[in-house]
Design a protein around this ligand. Sequence first.
Ligand SMILES: Cc1cc2nc3c(=O)[nH]c(=O)nc-3n(C[C@H](O)[C@H](O)[C@H](O)COP(=O)(O)O)c2cc1C
Length: 173
Amino acid sequence: MEALQNRRSQRSFSEKELPLQTLSNLLWAAYGVNRPGGKRTVPSAMGWNEFDIYLVQSDGWYLYHPTEHSLVKKGNTDLRTLACTQKYGQTAPLNLIYVANYSRMENAEPDEKQLYAAMDVGFISQNVYLFCASQRLATVVRATVDKENLREKMNLQPKQHILLGQTVGYPGE
Ligand SMILES: Cc1cc2nc3c(=O)[nH]c(=O)nc-3n(C[C@H](O)[C@H](O)[C@H](O)COP(=O)(O)O)c2cc1C
C-alpha cells in the first residue's frame, strides 16, 4: 500500500551511483525470474518475454540477462544524451532502455507485435516505479529517447525496437 501511495514520476536526480545490490534488486523487480520454469515478475503476452532491458550509465551500457540474473557490459561509451533527450536524465546514474525483440513474437501480425509490446512494457515500467517507491528512489518513464541514434550506437538488430526509457536514481535537491 505504501509503495502504491508513493508511486510518482520525479524529474530531479542526484548523480550518486546506485549500490550494486540495489541495482540487482531493481532489475529483478523489473524483469527477473520469480518461479521455476523461467517465468518473470511481469506478465508477457503469449509468454514471449520479448523485452531486453539495456542499462545506460556514465561508464557505458549493459544488457540484463534475466535467466542468469547477470549484467553484461556491451560498450564503454556514455550514451546518456541519447538515452534521454531531457536534461535530467543526462546526469542521472541510470537510464533503463526497454527494447522489444519482435523476432521472439512468433506468429503475430505486425500490428499485434506493436500492441502487445506496448502493453508488456507497461508492466515492466510499473514494477520499476513500485520498486523505486519502496526504496525512496526517483524514477520517470519516458518516450524521450533518441531512438534512431541510440539503436545505431547499441548495434541493435532490425527486429529490435526501442519503446521507452526510464530514468532511475536518488532524488535530487
Ligand atoms: C508512455 C509514457 C510516456 C511518457 N513519456 C514521458 C517523457 O517523455 N518525459 C517525461 O518527463 N515524462 C514522461 N512520462 C511520464 C508522465 O508524464 C507521467 O506519468 C504523468 O505526468 C503522470 O505523473 P505521475 O507518473 O507522477 O503520476 C511518460 C509516461 C508514460 C506512461
